[in-house]
Ligand binder design. Structure first.
Ligand code: GLC
Length: 620
């Protein structure tokens, strides 16, 4: 039984009834209405009236595509305005609104933001990830958003990739288990009968196997969020190619089909079996062929061989990379098996081009009908025709204490203790003084990382939550003098038995996070040394989207904890640092000794073992 039919069965409709409903609707639709259903537009490039005029099937918010002011109520008003317009069309086919809720409803100020996937990989807790999916679904539905472009079921092979943290692990089986758990959590009916949410397994396929390229990247960094439609010349180039930006993301994965199936396809099978009704194709290529035009992988393998009967959606403006001629882009993508196109700006151009392609025989009417049939089937399976606008009472639960407790639990379980000499951890509550240093110890934006309120994420008090320092202050005894300095410049005589330093990566998303060198920066090393000189036992907390090269600094460190990108509930760190809860996290990736052991292939070929193996983690 396919996931879609199964999902409809849960609502009492047989496969045959689903098929009849879909075919009845399809038989009434004009080419304009069909083309509209295949069109996904970003929210700043269309008005509700145009959604009705062009029969648009989906609207999305790219990273940071937030209403102003960015409040849950305003989000709900924005989404409902688009939906009401769609329901005014002749056939009243509801639109489906999509966002990147990749670690909670992370665009919305006040929503709970969970640890990024790499931290959940460290938790290895399938039940926890399913509950995260359920909480995320409730917070999405509070704003009447019915589709998230998650889980990412990438299997990152090269830690230099800026999307490593969006992957659960380099262990494909763990990725499948956790991706399936999130899909189950998202897709299960929301208990308040606010409906359920579409999961989207991405980015199909083998995006995590793209190889580092020495040549300056050709692609313009795609725009996201609340930007106006850029003129081609305005699309910004990578900010700093010397850092290595855009040298791996959207690249070419060179591997044989057996490896692709075993490592990179398997998590999709798990996520689809668990209820994911949509798949997003990858910007990347396989052995030189772009995924967005890859008929074998999209149609023959995913749809025919695996029987996937949901819909395949493109990535942001991705088809534009296929050919200099836009009609060829449209034809190549649709003929390969794409069903919905994330345009996302010039929807009129896409629709007119698609109609021309059909008229001129570049795209068969049957292919359009198949795509629209899939879109309608997914919307029916989602229950969108029954309840296109989710229950408003869910707004009360967005960001609630119970949801934050799930996130705090996730933070605790994500922490990995890599070194603990001189009984440094757990901390005593009777410490007379505790030095705490590092900007990331007291900065919500830094602890959340990319895909948080804005596309790239940013430092500062970007949303509500609890910082690491606030958690420490709330947990330590009143008698402990906690002295905080963001840059480790304490007053002359400041010394303490214990010093804590939080080191961090500046937030990033996608290719902006590609890095040639993962070593600690000179500033991070100087900060660490400043505190080293003022304490007997030095504890380092790494706020990071991936393992960093820390071998040289390790002798200076008594205890080393990797906290990944914990999200808004960083008081979970204090729960473990002070021993109220144990360290249980295990590394989801091997930890390289040096850059010579990156990518994974180099590590496997290396004569030396990594600093720590995947699966390593001390308990306390
Ligand atoms: C981005 C990302 C993808 C995301 C999409 C919509 O470029 O590649 O993960 O879902 O665009 O924001």
């Amino acid at each position: 039984m396919t996931a879609t039919a199964e999902s409809k069965r849960q609502r009492g409709l047989s496969d045959a009834e689903v098929a009849r409903e879909v075919d009845h609707l399809l038989s009434q639709m004009t080419l304009e209405e069909k083309a509209g259903q295949m069109t996904m537009v970003e929210n700043n490039s269309i008005e509700p009236a145009q959604v009705a005029e062009y029969f648009i099937g989906s609207v999305l918010s790219g990273g940071g595509g937030n209403p102003t002011p960015n409040t849950p109520e305003n989000w709900r008003a924005m989404v409902c305005a688009f939906q009401k317009a769609a329901l005014e069309t002749r056939l009243a086919i509801p639109l489906v609104y999509g966002v990147d809720a990749v670690h909670g409803h992370n665009n919305v100020r006040g929503a709970v933001i969970f640890p990024h996937n790499i931290g959940l990989g460290a938790s290895r807790d399938v039940d926890l990830v399913e509950r995260i999916g359920q909480v995320t679904a409730r917070e999405l539905l509070a704003t009447s958003v019915h589709w998230t472009f998650a889980p990412s079921v990438s299997v990152p092979q090269d830690l230099r990739w800026g999307r490593t943290y969006e992957g659960y692990s380099a262990d494909s089986q763990l990725v499948g288990e956790l991706g399936a758990a999130l899909a189950r959590g998202l897709s299960g009916r929301c208990s308040d009968d606010g409906g359920s949410v579409l999961a989207c397994a991405k980015h199909y396929v083998a995006d995590g196997a793209a190889e580092w390229r020495e040549d300056p990247v050709a692609e313009d960094a795609p725009q996201q969020g609340s930007t106006a439609p850029p003129q081609d010349s305005e699309i910004p180039q990578a900010e700093d190619l010397s850092l290595g930006q855009w040298r791996i993301d959207q690249g070419d994965a060179r591997l044989d089909e057996a490896s692709l199936r075993e490592t990179h396809l398997a998590p999709y099978q798990a996520a689809i079996a668990a209820g994911a009704l949509t798949v997003m194709s990858s910007y990347s290529s396989w052995n030189g062929e772009k995924l967005h035009a890859h008929r074998y992988l999209l149609s023959d393998l995913l749809k025919s061989e695996l029987g996937f009967d949901g819909l395949i959606v493109t990535d942001w403006m991705a088809i534009n990379q296929l050919d200099p001629d836009y009609q060829q882009c449209v034809a190549q993508a649709l003929n390969a098996g794409i069903d919905m196109v994330m345009v996302p700006y010039d929807f009129r151009r896409f629709i007119s081009t698609l109609k021309a392609a059909v008229r001129q025989g570049d795209v068969a009417q049957e292919r359009v009908d198949d795509a629209v049939r899939r879109i309608l089937r997914v919307k029916l399976a989602l229950g969108l025709f029954d309840q296109p606008i989710a229950d408003k009472s869910l707004l009360e639960s967005l960001g609630c204490a119970a949801h934050r407790q799930v996130a705090r639990e996730a933070v605790r379980k994500s922490l990995v203790l890599l070194k603990n000499d001189n009984q440094s951890l757990p901390l005593s509550r009777d410490l007379p003084r505790l030095l705490v240093a590092g900007r990331a110890a007291d900065d919500i934006g830094l602890q959340c990382g990319g895909w948080s309120i804005t596309w790239q994420g940013e430092a500062g008090a970007t949303t509500t939550g609890t910082t690491i320092l606030q958690g420490i202050r709330a947990t330590a005894s009143d008698s402990t003098d906690i002295v905080f300095s963001p840059d480790g410049q304490f007053e002359d005589d400041a010394r303490a038995a214990v010093g804590i330093v939080a080191l961090h990566e500046e937030p990033y998303a996608e290719g902006f996070g590609d890095r040639a060198d993962l070593s600690l920066s000179p500033e991070e090393i100087a900060l660490l040394q400043r505190v080293r000189g003022r304490c007997d036992r030095l504890i380092v907390l790494l706020i990071t989207g991936r393992p960093r090269i820390i071998s040289e600094q390790l002798p200076l460190i008594d205890a080393l904890v990797v906290a990944w990108l914990p999200g808004t509930e960083a008081d979970g760190l204090a729960d473990v640092l002070f021993g109220d809860c144990p360290f249980t996290g295990k590394l989801p990736f091997s930890w390289p000794r040096s850059m010579d052991q990156i990518p994974l292939a180099a590590l496997r070929a290396s004569a030396e073992a990594p600093l720590w193996e995947c699966g390593y983690g001390l308990t306390s």
